[in-house]
Design a protein around this ligand. Structure first.
Ligand SMILES: Nc1nc2c(c(=O)[nH]1)N[C@H]1C(S)=C(S)[C@@H](COP(=O)(O)O)O[C@H]1N2
Ligand SMILES: [Mo]
Length: 331
């Protein structure tokens, strides 16, 4: 399947004072060369040094650089979560329900070969190989907050491109109103598939306009490298204005449909998790408040609480998608 037709859609450059990871790395190399020297100290302000320290490539996986994203809102200026935390405190129930389980168990996941099936109400269905998907559009670096429904949040530099790029390429029919994401459910490599916590495979869904929103990211990497298995290798979704569980990991199928698709957590607890699952400090989970969060890396359970922002801080970009909807009803 050939996906590499010319890239349409031009990009509006936006002002950004964020230095891309690759530039940090170059500076870091330069600083190393000047190690210990007075000139080195003068060159790097303390703030710069912090940035250098936090943006160093972890060196655990193959490099996957991305150009800084020009999508409005795609880069927050907050301090990054450490790679160590982002890759060891995870939700990936196929590998266990404890936050430490995915990092411990996901080494069995086989990510090559990998294909993603495109199905349903679409002109160009088919099996798309991961290598073709990787090259379909320029890889961008985006720094997103990810807010889990359980109340913790992280700030992660993802690498990927807008899901919209893929969607445009496969040409959904006018009748397609929703997109369903189906993830791998392989009993041989995923020890908890078959357990009764969830219905397998784990599935998720978005309304077509949500799926087409430029902030909806098809992610292949983080911290300048390909995704670790526990973070959803080789390809996952990141929908930054929704609770973390909408960001389906290890996707094997994308299906276009005219019906609102079922979703893993809605099937498991209908009154607790709705289809939309937009981050909303004003709508409580039936068993707890959603008004505040703790940032991972700021002291665990003792971390100070931060106020959760409407749509996780992406209201300016996505609020319009929900104009006129009762968000208490469509939770
Ligand atoms: N296939 C699959 N995808 C999944 C999950 C899962 O259990 N299985 N957990 C979700 C939840 S609840 C969250 S918070 C995020 C966590 O992503 P991270 O571990 O990369 O931070 O992944 C989401 N995607
Ligand atoms: Mo989550």
């Amino acid at each position: 399947m050939h996906l590499l037709s010319s890239r349409n859609g031009f990009q509006h450059p936006v002002p950004s004072d964020i230095t891309p990871l690759s530039v940090y790395q170059d500076r870091r190399t330069l600083l190393r060369a000047m190690a210990g020297g007075v000139a080195g100290a003068a060159l790097a302000s303390w703030a710069q040094r912090d940035a250098l320290a936090q943006a160093a490539r972890p060196g655990k996986h193959a490099p996957l650089p991305g150009v800084p994203s020009a999508v409005p809102g795609a880069t927050t200026v907050e301090k990054l979560t450490s790679y160590q935390d982002a890759s060891s405190y995870n939700n990936f129930y196929e590998f266990g329900t404890d936050k430490a389980d995915p990092a411990r168990n996901a080494h069995t996941l086989k990510t090559t070969p990998w294909t993603v099936a495109i199905e349903g109400l679409v002109k160009k269905p088919g099996q798309y190989g991961i290598e073709d998907l990787l090259k379909l559009s320029a890889q961008e670096e985006r720094i997103y907050r990810l807010r889990c429904v359980e109340g913790w949040s992280m700030v992660i530099p993802w690498v990927g491109y807008s899901l919209a790029e893929l969607i445009k390429r496969v040409e959904p029919l006018g009748s397609a109103k929703y997109v369903e994401f189906v993830t791998l459910a392989d009993k041989k490599t995923m020890p908890f598939v078959g357990s009764r916590v969830l219905d397998w495979p784990y599935t998720e869904g978005l309304r077509m306009d949500e799926a087409m929103h430029p902030l909806t990211l098809l992610a292949f990497g983080m911290y300048g490298e390909v995704l670790p298995n526990q973070n959803g290798a080789p390809v996952r979704l990141v929908v930054p204005w929704k609770y973390g569980f909408k960001s389906a990991k290890s996707i094997v199928k994308i299906r276009f449909t005219d019906q609102e698709p079922g979703t893993a957590w809605n099937k498991a607890a209908r009154n607790e998790y709705g289809f939309y699952s937009n981050v909303n400090p004003n709508v409580d989970h039936p068993r707890w408040s959603q008004a505040s969060e703790r940032r991972i890396g700021e002291g665990g359970l003792f971390a100070k609480k931060r106020k959760t922002l409407m749509f996780n801080g992406y209201e300016a970009q996505v609020g319009q998608l929900y104009a006129g909807m009762d968000l208490k009803k469509f939770y």
